[in-house]
Structures are given as C-alpha cells and as structure tokens.
Design a protein around this ligand. Structure first.
Ligand SMILES: [Zn+2]
Length: 208
C-alpha cells in the first residue's frame, strides 16, 4: 500500500482513538498527527516517504563528502609531511571512495546512528529507541520485522516513553494504534494485498 494511504488510515485511526477517549480539541489534533506519522514508520525498511524525509538529501551528502575528501587531500599535500601526509592522503581518498558507494540504506543507517547519539546526549529514551529502530530497519528485508508483532510491541514501548518524556497525553495510544493500522492495511484481510505481512516472525514465517 502507498505511503499516502497509510498516512490517511493512520490519521483516521488517531482521530477515532481521540474520540474514544473523549479528548478535547488540542489533544485530538496531537493524537491524529501522532497516529498519521506512526502509520508511516513500518515502511522505513523500504525507503518510503518517511525515510526520504528522515534521511539527509542523497545528492547533498554525496557532494559534501566528495568536497571534504578533496579538501583533506589538498591539505595533506600542502601542510603535512612524511608519514602524516600519506595518512592524510589515504583518508581523503577513502572519503571520496565512500561517497561513491553511499546509498539509501547506508544513509538510513547513518541517520539511525545520528538519532541514537542525539538521544543519548539529550537523555531521551524514546529518541534512543527511534535511533535503534531506524538503524536496524536499514538492515531488514521489506515487510519483515517492522511489520510484525515484535515491531508493534517495540513501537508501543517507544511510545510509552514518548508520552512520558513529552507529556503529550494520548500519544501512546494514538501512536500504537497508528502503527497497528499500517500492519492491518498491509495484511491479506484486504484481497489487494497479495503479499501480506509476516506478523509472527521469527516463530512463524507465514504471511497474514
Ligand atoms: Zn508496509
């Protein structure tokens, strides 16, 4: 299913959760937005619309990397001598080679590490857990663990910390419901989904 479909279903789920809680206006808006974003999270394993937004621009990174590599090579040639010069040249060349092999998955991993470090620095558990999720998702096959009950439980714990640490009431329920709506929308309950989701990984590999 497309990202925009998941976004809309997630928003509807968030709105329904808010209605169920008899939430007031501001809380309803927060819950609707939280669920809409949460409904995009499982597709971080594919390079879907959320991962495009979350990873830095591919071209920009590549150009910056090439530029840094070049600067280091020039610096080494002019300012370094002896062994240091060769080390500088090697690192500069290495950085330029790295810029060629950089791809979407690799950038997702770098983004995950950056988010993880930010979380450790600011002391927010939900940010640390988000970084781990993004980093791990970069290694996973599409529609595997992010689309399973394990993924849902992980996200539920993440949202529990999120609600505690941001004091945004209702976001734990809305986020979890939004995530669950994605798994449901990708499942074989709907005949358009021929592939389904491996809900019970790693125990049962059947598509649901
Ligand atoms: Zn999906």
């Amino acid at each position: 299913m497309k990202g925009i479909t998941h976004l809309l279903i997630g928003a509807g789920t968030g709105f329904a959760s808010a209605t169920a809680l008899n939430a007031e206006g501001a809380v309803t808006v927060t819950m609707t937005c939280t669920a809409a974003v949460a409904a995009l999270v499982p597709d971080l394993d594919t390079g879907g619309i959320l991962s495009n937004r979350i990873t830095f621009s591919h071209k920009a990174i590549r150009n910056i990397t090439i530029f840094i590599g070049l600067l280091l090579i020039l610096y080494s040639m002019w300012n370094l001598f002896g062994q240091d010069r060769y080390i500088g040249l090697a690192i500069g060349a290495g950085i330029m080679v790295l810029s060629r092999v950089i791809n979407k998955k690799f950038m997702l991993l770098i983004t995950g590490i950056a988010v993880l470090l930010t979380g450790l620095y600011t002391g927010h558990t939900w940010v640390v857990m988000s970084g781990c999720y993004i980093g791990i998702a970069s290694f996973l096959a599409h529609r595997s663990y992010t689309h399973s009950l394990i993924g849902l439980i992980y996200f539920y714990i993440l949202m529990t910390f999120f609600e505690q640490e941001t004091a945004l009431f209702g976001t734990q329920l809305a986020g979890t419901a939004g995530y669950a709506s994605h798994l449901l929308a990708d499942s074989r309950i709907f005949p358009v989904n021929k592939k389904g989701v491996k809900l019970l990984l790693p125990i049962i590999k059947k598509d649901f």
